[in-house]
Design a protein around this ligand. Structure first.
Ligand code: PLP
Length: 448
């Protein structure tokens, strides 16, 4: 490579090194099952293994790949592992991985239509495809944010614009991103009680709405701990009565609406003002990709639209995506969502969701059949909350032994006054053998 070329593109020969990088990715994914799921390193080990100061001269790209093998892979908790069952299990799928590469090549910043016509229009199209896949009616405006935290922030900012001074209500089981958004916006949050299946109680919500001025209510379809579904129709009635914005958080479960038989969970969602669904949770799209749908795009624009002179263009009547959320700069996330939808198709997505639901039910049936073990919450989707008889400390210690083995990775939550373990299925590569291994490791460590 000539010095002049190297000065412009670093040491990389795109064809040669690009092939090596794709080969590395293929090997990483193929060999994943042999890796420990949870990183086995001590804090500080990764930094200690790498030079503290940057290189003076260009290094070969091959050295980067070598360090991935030697330092980064051992220092990684592998979220793309088929036996990653903690939190919500996710997938960086092959279509999504390639689309990320392509998106970096474009490197567009689609803040305005003019600065990214294709990225803007593809984002509108991909969100509309997602709307159709989830069985939502026409008329929803969708745009992409990095995370559900930002999407919820955007929804609540629109609500605050309409009713400044009003608070936010959500159930005790709503995700902490609601608290964080409210904190950023300077809004108070009040938690509403849940029933014995961890769903927001409409009678408690009615009482809270009577008691104070409320800008927004957040209902969750698929709560983080148990994936419970709040009664959205009753919540929507109360929001209509009190003039409150209804934001539905379906960050995890929303993607499953691709299966018609699960759409009971979206009953009433048509009446929401905003709705968040994360394709990066359960739609096989690499992190980050969160879609915020709204039936009131003008309210989002009122909350976020600003036009300094240096951003003014001579094109009118177009969508400028910077007007719908807090960030100005926007990367080309639509490319991966569009590619994932195209390369799986509705049928491919449905098949994976149905398999995940079956695997979760199978795991729950093993727990139920085993004396001394208990399923701790209903299983509407692909997450099983369970525990073994004994104290919280014993259950936590059991989880720690299981996770330390590296064979599988689980997480926990608290339901009422009890600690419970969670097994979340959601990775496209997970098979029945993987779930069976999780059960085997749990029983082995429980007996130990
Ligand atoms: C129901 C729910 N909402 C929101 C979030 C926040 O998601 P993100 O990490 O995309 O901000 C989560 C994360 O797990 C979640 O479970």
């Amino acid at each position: 490579m000539s010095d002049a070329t190297q000065a412009r593109s670093g040491s990389v020969d795109l064809r040669r090194d690009g092939q090596a990088a794709v080969e590395w990715v293929a090997r990483y994914l193929e060999g994943m099952r042999d890796l420990p799921v949870r990183a086995q390193v001590e804090p500080g080990a990764v930094r200690a293994a790498l030079p503290a100061a940057p290189p003076e001269r260009a290094e070969p790209f091959a050295d980067v790949l070598r360090d991935l093998d030697e330092v980064i892979v051992p220092g990684t908790t592998h979220w793309n592992h088929p036996r990653f069952f903690a939190y919500f299990s996710i997938t960086g799928s092959e279509p999504g991985i390639l689309a990320e590469l392509l998106s970096a090549a474009f490197n567009v910043n689609a803040m305005l239509w003019r600065t990214g016509p294709a990225a803007t229009e593809l984002e509108e199209l991909a969100c509309d495809w997602l709307r159709q896949l989830l069985g939502l009616a026409e008329g929803w405006h969708g745009h992409i944010e990095d995370t559900a935290s930002t999407s919820t922030l955007a929804g609540l900012a629109a609500a605050r614009e309409l009713r400044p001074g009003g608070g936010v209500l959500c159930s005790e089981h709503a995700h902490s991103s609601v608290d964080k958004a409210a904190k950023l916006l300077g809004i108070g949050v009040r938690k509403v009680a849940v029933d014995d299946e961890f769903r927001l109680r409409p009678d408690a919500l009615a009482g809270a709405l009577e008691a104070e001025e409320v800008a927004a209510v957040v209902a969750t379809v698929g709560t983080t701990s148990t994936t419970s579904v709040d009664p959205v129709p009753a919540v929507a009635d109360l929001c209509a009565e009190h003039g409150a914005w209804l934001h539905v958080d379906a960050a995890y479960a929303g993607s499953a609406m691709v299966c018609e038989e699960l759409r009971w969970a979206f009953e009433g969602v048509e009446r929401a003002d905003s709705l968040v669904v994360n394709p990066h949770k359960w739609l096989f799209t690499p992190v980050d990709c969160s879609v915020l749908f709204t039936r009131r795009p003008e309210a989002l624009r009122d909350a976020f639209s600003l036009l300094p002179e240096y951003l003014r263009t001579n094109v009118e009547d177009v969508t400028n995506l910077m007007d719908y959320g807090p960030a100005l700069g926007r990367r080309f996330r639509a490319l991966k969502l569009w590619t994932v939808i195209r390369c799986y198709g509705r049928e491919g997505l449905q098949a994976l969701h149905r398999e995940h639901l079956l695997l979760a039910r199978l795991f729950a049936s093993w727990i139920e059949a085993e004396p001394g073990w208990e399923v701790a919450a209903p299983v509407p989707f692909s997450v099983v909350c369970f525990r073994r008889e004994g104290t919280d400390e014993e259950n936590e210690a059991l989880m720690e032994r299981v996770n330390a083995s590296g064979e599988v990775y689980l997480s926990h939550t608290r339901l009422g006054d009890r600690l419970v373990l969670r097994l979340a299925v959601g990775n496209a590569r997970t098979t029945e053998e993987d779930v069976a291994l999780a059960w085997e490791v749990l029983r082995r460590e429980a007996a130990a």
